[in-house]
Design a protein around this ligand. Sequence first.
Ligand code: FMN
Length: 165
Amino acid sequence: MPHDVKDLRRALGLYATGVTVITTRVAGTTVGLTANSFTSISLAPPLLLFCIGRSRNSFDAFREAPSFAINVLSSSQRELSDAFASSGQEKWSGVEYQDDRLGNPVFSESAAAFSCHRREIIDAADHMIVIGEIADYRQRQDALPLIYCRSRYCLPVDASSVAAA
Ligand SMILES: Cc1cc2nc3c(=O)[nH]c(=O)nc-3n(C[C@H](O)[C@H](O)[C@H](O)COP(=O)(O)O)c2cc1C
């Protein structure tokens, strides 16, 4: 189908998602990027996936790394999302994190964090689909998850509290 890429992106942008920062560590160096392609696959076994573009600086790191962490961002982490949507190691400057059980960076304000062993990689055009198995996780049920829709950050509102549009 011939299509206008900008128009298609606008259409896809109507699908609201959460926002994650996915991290790993390669030869002691921290690596991370903002991603909204995160999806859970199955509960037993506990599998999830994300997609990463070939042009990303961190592409090779995620191809090689045996494990990674998915930080599901909360409403207080918009700046973190912006920082990790840029390239360059400066994105880590001033960022506080802890190492999870697999040695990958997680942020204490994240709504949830999933520590994963890489299970499979699938090449898909100019992206790669990374499938992970959850080895450990933590959650903050009091956190308000950050939402991304129509290229903007949003906050979740309980639909029953709003008149139908
Ligand atoms: C909300 C949001 C979601 C994003 N989702 C993805 C994604 O799922 N996969 C991806 O490869 N890039 C995604 N990006 C773009 C990367 O975060 C961006 O290209 C970043 O600079 C990559 O960092 P790197 O070049 O250091 O790897 C997203 C950006 C934003 C703002």
